[in-house]
Write a protein that binds this ligand. Structure first.
Ligand code: MN
Length: 235
């Protein structure tokens, strides 16, 4: 493909996320998500024990970038009556590769952000019961709000950070990034054994306990120490 190629339908725009302290943006290639990566959340979902990490994906254009200090808007999705919030630390890959060892993994990270893995829990549960893919429960439009990405060098303490979510000011989720079952480096090792990572990939690393439903009009406020907060309203 060259820059002079012409397309038979309009070419999709590159989805991008603001970068804290920069006018340049982070272009999104793929959105990987880790399932059940905090013990207390695994328990609340009916599972126990340390299992190997497992992954699912969301479309890149499910990402809803929200600028610092602004409130994003996401539409209440179709087909569900049980839209859940999952607050997550998001890793932004700056240098790609396959079979990356955990010891080398953090050098591949461009930065970190606060994200929400919005979930149509009723549909996800139906799919689980039937042994079908989770796509309809996880990969719907606007299912991946994200705040600005902070370059990794600016958040040296992120692996020990507190992570939390309030809904309309009331606490819903609160934990520590250090409670991740598979930490960021280990997650990258496992993920890059299955897919070749590339610049522009985002990894939603999993949510702590306290997932619950939101309704239209609710405002979600996500926080990870050292990162830009993420605020979105469901409309
Ligand atoms: Mn999740």
């Amino acid at each position: 493909m060259t820059t002079t190629d012409r397309f038979v339908v309009p070419a999709p725009a590159v989805v991008s996320v603001p970068v804290a302290g920069s006018v340049e943006r982070f272009p999104v290639r793929r959105v990987y998500c880790v399932g059940r990566n905090y013990e207390e959340h695994a328990k609340e979902m009916g599972f126990t024990g340390r299992e190997p990490p497992f992954f699912f994906l969301k479309p890149a254009d499910a990402v809803v970038p929200v600028n610092a200090g602004e409130t994003g808007r996401i539409a209440y999705p179709t087909l569900t009556q049980n839209l859940h919030h999952e607050i997550e630390l998001v890793v932004a890959i700056g240098k790609g590769g396959a079979h990356i060892k955990a010891a080398d993994a953090l050098a591949r990270v461009f930065g970190y952000a606060v994200g929400l893995d919005m979930t149509r829990r009723d549909l996800q549960n139906d799919m689980k019961k039937q042994g079908r893919p989770w796509c309809i429960g996880k990969g719907f439009d606007q299912s991946a709000p994200i705040g600005p990405i902070t370059p990794a060098a600016d958040v040296p303490g992120v692996m020990q950070a507190a992570i939390s979510l309030t809904v309309n000011g009331a606490p819903r989720q609160a934990s520590l990034v250090s409670k991740l079952i598979w930490n960021v480096a280990e997650t990258i090792e496992h993920l890059s054994a299955a897919w070749t990572l590339a610049p522009g990939d985002l990894i939603y690393t999993g949510t702590p306990e306290g997932v619950a439903a939101v309704v239209r009009g609710d405002t979600l406020h996500g926080h990870v120490d050292g990162l830009c907060d993420l605020t979105v309203t469901v409309v």
